[in-house]
Design a protein around this ligand. Structure first.
Ligand code: KIV
Ligand code: ZN
Length: 530
């Protein structure tokens, strides 16, 4: 049996289903490109039937990814399989991922199907999917609570019907590493054709065991694992891609397994996800958290200086954390700036670099030393350049202090016309946001506001994330400036423009819970962020 383990990334499907992580088309494409650069073997781009937006994004991702298989999820229904096939068929390497629950609990209460009926449906749908596309994966949803002998019957039927990957998910994150290993071994021993398909793990983290369970499945013979960047996903999330990859790499001597992932892309990928979604990584998160390589105590620092192996089991560089943090400044030219972008792993078009360089120059007038994180944050705002803005902020004066009511006087421009407003509030952000609302005459509520310094020191840039809602959907915005009021207003303007712009992506429509005649449910997103 080969030692090569295939990495199936579901950040854009299972991950994106988690509250707060939905992305628009442009964001999904950026994420998919980065996951490709990271070296994932399979990218699950979405659930094509779930909404027109999802269909479009799966199709667009399938069109641009060249070095990974692109996959779409489908219930065991013809219409789902057709939608998935339509969305992925243009991919260099397309895959259809069909699933049906197999535990008695799900069969009886959710699907209202007998074991025999479910078996027949699985065989029929896998055969149908295989008639369209050679690469079919079948998942036994809730596998870890499925009767083992019934599981073997289904696995055998699905393989004989054409499935080339069999996924055994711990859908509810209930299993333990030992149970997972037993399940995988049981299937390998009791399904004579099991070597005709690759077995796969898909572990949820409800009891904090997703990574351990995944690795246990791999040790027992699975050769694909499903995971998400930073471990995002339904409820407590999926196995974190970076944790499984680095466990296999760091403990290669123990496991003897390897992946195709370029581990130096890990940090950038995780950082891109948080910069797109605005959801911060916990500082103590393994591999990609801010403190993952920080050594505060004197004893540890002394040990590290003597020999890094004393307290460091892997180097920060091996996951792409660059400790040198070469500084740029006022006198750096476009060549140094471009080289820095390349060093940070950004391969951008010339006109994008030029626009970013303008922002870099403006920043260098306000800030002496431009650090890597400043540049990464600048790149994170670059999608705002390409948007057709309805409203632009021309200028603002905000007055605030203790013992006075804050006032904001703001001028916005739209279609070449300037409009001015004045508002008061109990603080400068309140007054400014109210002022914008008065000018644009489009009410919204502020659902979330986050402000964070991009680097240390007093001249740091503030990065602001906002989420606003007009009652129908949710819109995100991001702003960056050394002036936190300006950063807040820029973030708000981006969200407002997305709210007003009729052309915004519909990738994450507020999908309803659709009760299908087959008894299965299609649960879409409950929020829409654009
Ligand atoms: O958790 C799960 O069972 C899933 C399947 C659809 C693979 O996400
Ligand atoms: Zn899942």
């Amino acid at each position: 049996m080969s030692d090569r383990v295939y990495v199936f990334d579901t950040t854009l499907r299972d991950g994106e289903q988690a509250p707060g992580y939905s992305m628009n088309l442009e964001e999904k494409l950026r994420m998919a490109r980065q996951i490709e650069a990271l070296g994932a073997d399979i990218i699950e781009a979405g659930f094509a039937i779930s909404s027109p937006g999802d269909f479009e994004s799966v199709k667009s991702i399938a069109g641009i990814i060249k070095n990974a298989t692109v996959c779409s999820l489908s219930r065991a229904l013809k219409k789902d399989i057709d939608a998935s096939y339509e969305a992925v068929k243009c991919a260099v390497s397309p895959r259809i991922h069909v699933f049906l629950a197999t535990s008695d609990l799900h069969l009886e209460y959710k699907l209202k199907l007998s074991r025999d009926d479910a078996y027949e449906r699985i065989v029929e749908m896998v055969k149908y999917a295989s008639s369209l596309c050679p690469d079919i994966e079948f998942s036994l949803e809730d596998a870890t609570r499925t009767d083992l002998d019934y599981m073997c019957r289904v696995v055998e039927g699905a393989i004989n019907a054409g499935a080339r990957t069999i996924n055994l998910p711990d859908t509810v994150g209930y299993s333990t590493p030992e149970e997972i290993a037993n399940m995988v071994r049981y299937v390998r021993e009791h399904v004579p054709v099991s070597d005709k398909a690759r077995l796969s793990m898909h572990c949820h983290n409800d009891l904090g065991m997703a990574v351990a369970n995944t690795i246990s499945g791999l040790e027992a013979g699975a050769r694909q694992f499903e995971c998400a960047v930073s471990g995002i996903g339904e409820r407590a999330g999926n196995a974190a891609l970076e944790e499984v990859v680095m466990a296999l790499k760091t403990r290669e001597g123990k496991y003897g397994l390897y992946t195709n992932v370029n581990s130096t892309e890990i940090y950038r990928t995780s950082r891109l996800l948080s910069s797109i979604t605005g959801v911060k990584i916990s500082p103590s998160k393994a591999i990609v958290g801010e403190n993952a390589f920080a050594h505060e105590s004197g004893i540890h620092q002394h040990g590290i200086m003597a020999n890094s192996l004393t307290y460091e089991i892997m180097s920060p560089e091996s996951v792409g954390v660059n400790k040198t943090n070469l500084v740029l400044g006022k006198h750096s030219g476009i060549h140094a700036f471009t080289r820095k972008l390349e060093e940070l792993g950004y391969n951008l078009e010339e006109d994008e670099i030029k626009k970013l360089f303008e922002s870099f120059k403006q920043l260098s007038d306000r800030k002496k030393q431009i650090m890597d994180n400043d540049i990464i944050a600048l790149v994170g705002t670059r999608d705002t350049f390409s948007n057709e803005h309805h409203w632009k902020m021309k200028n603002y004066v905000v007055n605030s202090g203790n013992g006075i009511t804050s006032t904001a006087c703001i001028t916005l421009e739209k279609d070449g016309k300037e409009m001015q407003g004045v508002a008061i509030g109990s603080g400068p952000i309140y007054a400014s946001f109210r002022c914008v609302e008065k000018i644009i005459k489009h009410p919204f509520s502020l659902l979330e506001y986050q402000l964070e310094a991009v680097t240390a020191h007093r001249d740091a840039q503030g990065e602001v994330f906002v989420k606003i809602s007009d009652g129908k959907a949710m819109y995100r915005g991001r702003g960056l400036s050394t002036d936190v009021i300006e950063a807040s207003l820029l973030a708000l303007m981006q969200a407002v423009n997305r709210m007003i712009d009729g052309k915004v992506m519909k990738s994450n429509e507020i999908d309803q819970v659709v009760d299908t005649d087959e008894g299965d449910m299609l649960v879409g997103h409950t929020d829409k962020e654009e």
